[in-house]
Design a protein around this ligand. Structure first.
Ligand code: HEC
Ligand code: HEC
Ligand code: HEC
Ligand code: HEC
Ligand code: HEC
Length: 196
């Protein structure tokens, strides 16, 4: 056989293995699946991808989620959800300096980070996802309902430069999911009218 033919045969064999394997594995996998569900429920509603152009904004430092999350850092180490629970917030520069006092400390970006941390001003990160001012929004209720970050923000841990890959801030995404998950779709859930 020629090389491509061997490759094709191999791939075909693999696909067969996976297909039959999955079919056979199904009954025994039911229990672990149900357990997983308590941690992160299967997503009945997929927030649509953002079809509008969404370049990553220029940030004050070239922070990469991929670099950090691939080393095992958890989202909540940097994004906490303090009272009253609306925001996930950005980490204090002291959190960064917990590592960067020593890690890569001579690189230009870290020298800049060290200067910023010394200034006692928060790092002026440029916002990526933002709902229209005046819309009622809270992370807390959504996290309590078991939604993983990725359901609304895509695969943040694989992104070097963060950009708005999903259309989660659009009203149709909010309402689409609220309908699918039987959450309230009354206008007053998200809007306070009259405004003046
Ligand atoms: C080491 C700290 C750190 C970790 C860990 C981390 N982040 Fe971030 N995150 C940041 C910083 C700093 C920014 C601001 C810079 C940027 O947008 O890239 C940010 C920005 C974001 C934004 C954009 C917010 C906005 O509207 O501007 C999202 C969404 C986000 N992170 C989600 C996640 C998720 C999901 C995880 C886990 C998979 C995660 N982050 C892990 C530090 C972290
Ligand atoms: C149900 C959808 C949804 C889920 C789940 C979700 N987010 Fe968000 N996130 C949003 C929306 C919408 C915004 C814009 C909110 C605003 O303008 O205040 C946002 C904004 C942010 C921001 C920037 C503003 C802020 O809140 O400080 C960060 C950081 C962030 N999300 C991180 C996360 C992380 C980390 C998780 C998982 C622990 C997560 N998000 C889960 C929808 C979601
Ligand atoms: C748990 C440790 C840890 C924390 C906390 C941490 N980092 Fe890092 N960071 C690393 C590691 C490890 C690297 C990769 C260094 C390398 O390339 O050898 C890195 C790389 C970087 C780089 C790229 C440096 C370069 O030019 O190569 C930047 C910028 C950076 N981090 C910024 C931040 C910021 C901003 C924060 C806080 C929001 C932060 N880091 C928090 C461990 C950490
Ligand atoms: C992926 C699904 C999903 C998306 C996307 C989503 N929501 Fe929700 N939301 C829910 C669910 C489910 C609940 C109900 C949680 C509960 O019953 O505790 C909820 C609850 C809420 C609440 C609290 C309602 C109350 O009675 O306290 C508000 C406010 C809200 N969402 C606003 C929004 C806005 C604004 C957006 C879009 C920017 C949005 N949601 C996007 C699923 C979603
Ligand atoms: C689950 C949350 C949610 C519900 C329920 C909801 N909206 Fe919205 N609405 C939003 C969000 C988020 C935006 C901002 C969209 C954007 O920035 O593109 C918005 C924007 C709007 C706007 C344009 C901007 C403004 O504030 O003037 C109008 C008008 C509007 N909504 C009307 C309604 C009406 C009428 C209802 C009830 C039938 C309703 N909405 C129900 C989330 C919601």
């Amino acid at each position: 056989m020629k090389k491509p033919a061997i490759l094709f045969a191999l791939i075909a064999a693999l696909v067969m293995l996976v297909v039959t394997g999955v079919v056979r594995a199904q009954p025994s996998r039911l229990a672990p699946l149900a357990q997983d569900r308590q941690v992160a429920p299967a997503a009945p509603f997929a927030v649509p991808a953002n079809i509008a152009p969404h370049p990553a904004p220029e940030q004050p430092l070239p922070f990469s989620h991929k670099t950090h999350v691939s080393r095992g850092l958890r989202c909540q180490m940097c994004h906490t959800n303090p009272e009253p629970g609306a925001q996930m917030t950005f980490p204090a520069s002291a959190t960064c300096m917990g590592c960067h006092t020593t890690v890569a400390k001579d690189r230009p970006a870290i020298v800049k980070l060290t200067e910023m941390a010394g200034s006692n001003q928060p790092i002026p990160w440029v916002r990526v996802y933002q709902v229209l001012p005046g819309v009622t929004w809270t992370h807390r209720k959504h996290l309590q309902a078991g939604m993983p970050c990725a359901q609304c923000h895509g695969n943040a841990g694989e992104m070097d430069a963060m950009s708005a890959v999903t259309a989660v801030t659009g009203m149709s995404s909010c309402i689409g999911c609220h309908q699918a998950q039987k959450a309230s779709t009354a206008c007053t859930t998200c809007h306070v009218w009259p405004t003046s």
